[in-house]
Design a protein around this ligand. Structure first.
Ligand SMILES: Cc1ncc(COP(=O)(O)O)c(C=O)c1O
Length: 379
């Protein structure tokens, strides 16, 4: 392979994760796999297709351009756009047969006009504010919005949803429980007015795994479908309650090749800012990956794997290059494979490990990997 960096995706791992999630939610709950952010870095169309073939029912994306790419790739499954649309985007979104999130009554006339032109009602999912204070409509405005949808022949209230604010970051789920209570109260208020959406959904991965009462008619799982736990706290909560038995398989490996091997004497500086000084004669491997490719510049104390051994990164992460010490590895050569994320022999670098080095979360590690790097399905 001539590529200098590439991503390997295990379709078996992705399939396995969908099967695991299915075993948690049962057959009658819809499984909506979240493929926004280039499928959390795994390749939008590649991962989307595998998820649907493996039994996911819906795909969710953030933006119209992602829905467009999925349709262009031939995917005919239900697509739910989670994010806001530009005012001119409604006709195309409806032509592409997407489900839309709504929380502003003022958006309805434009959506209704686009639906009329499209020749079928727009399927809308009202986002209810329950405590995240992100997208969503509060209690006072919810009923008028849902009534306006129900009374408009070009609009259909297909779903009601909310999103948890504090479920991954803690093993205390009282805030999530309070949100669930608010969601239930909102649904009851609507039902009392004769309004009932067929699909209620609020569970992200953490809620899907640890909070069965949040499953309703559909779950929206992202990170777990890619084989990563949402957080240590989610893992601990799960093990505490269920005592294990749920295995997720990470699907992504990030690889590159050694571009140059060089010997640097003791007392030399390495890279920008002269932040690292060699304490002994040092052999370095120069690797064509940097923050442009998505390897965070703030990564400190990290390593890559070469010949199944840990090679510590020396000096700053550059825009397109890093330098790793291979003094103790021996016989490293130009073109040798480098594993930035994934397994090589007995060694493994997880997204969680990289997240610790760069003070972030696994979500950010994989979603930041540059979209232009080829994604290759390996099994
Ligand atoms: C609205 C919404 N639903 C579901 C998800 C999936 O979350 P997770 O990856 O934690 O499963 C996200 C992800 O950010 C989201 O924004």
């Amino acid at each position: 392979m001539s590529e200098l960096t590439w991503i390997e995706i295990s379709s078996n791992a992705l399939r396995n994760n969908i099967a695991r999630l299915r075993s948690l939610i049962g057959k009658s709950t819809l499984l909506c796999a979240c493929v926004k952010a280039n499928a959390y870095g795994h390749g939008l169309c590649e991962a989307g297709r595998i998820f649907i073939e493996a039994g996911a029912d819906w795909l969710s994306v953030h933006a119209l351009h992602e829905a467009r790419r999925l349709r262009q790739a031939g995917l005919t499954c239900p697509i739910y756009i989670l994010g806001p649309l530009g005012t001119d985007d409604y006709p195309e979104a409806l032509q592409l047969d997407c489900r839309l999130v709504v929380y502003n009554e003022s958006d309805l006339p434009r959506i209704a006009r686009a639906a009329h032109a499209c020749g079928r009602p727009a399927r809308l999912h009202v986002k209810i504010e329950t405590g995240a204070n992100r997208q969503g409509i509060g209690p006072g405005l919810l009923e008028p919005l849902c009534t306006a949808i129900s009374e408009n022949p070009h609009l259909m209230l297909e779903g009601c949803s909310t999103h948890f604010a504090n479920i991954e970051d803690t093993t205390d789920h009282s805030f999530a429980e309070a949100q669930l209570k608010r969601l239930r109260a909102a649904l009851e208020l609507l039902e009392a007015r004769g309004i009932k959406a067929p699909i209620v959904h609020c569970a992200n991965s953490a809620a899907t795994i640890i909070f069965p009462e949040s499953h309703f008619q559909m779950v929206r799982t992202g990170i777990a479908a890619y084989g990563m736990w949402p957080s240590n706290e989610t893992y601990v909560s799960f093990v505490k309650e269920r005592k294990g038995g749920f295995v997720l398989k990470p699907a992504l490996m990030w690889k590159s090749r050694v571009a140059q091997v060089k010997d640097v004497p003791k007392g030399e500086h390495i890279g920008y800012g002269c932040t690292f000084k060699t304490g002994h004669a040092t052999r370095l491997a120069v690797i064509p990956i940097g923050y442009y490719e998505g390897y965070d510049r703030s990564t400190a104390g990290g390593h890559v794997l070469i010949r199944g051994r840990q090679a510590p990164i020396r000096g700053r992460i550059c825009m397109n290059l890093i330098m790793a010490e291979v003094t103790d590895i021996g016989d490293v050569r130009t073109d040798d494979e480098v594993v930035l994320l994934g397994r090589d022999g007995d060694e493994c670098i997880s997204a969680e490990q990289i997240a610790r080095w760069s003070n972030t979360i696994n979500y950010e590690v994989t979603t930041r990997i540059n979209d232009r790097i080829p994604r290759i399905i390996t099994d």
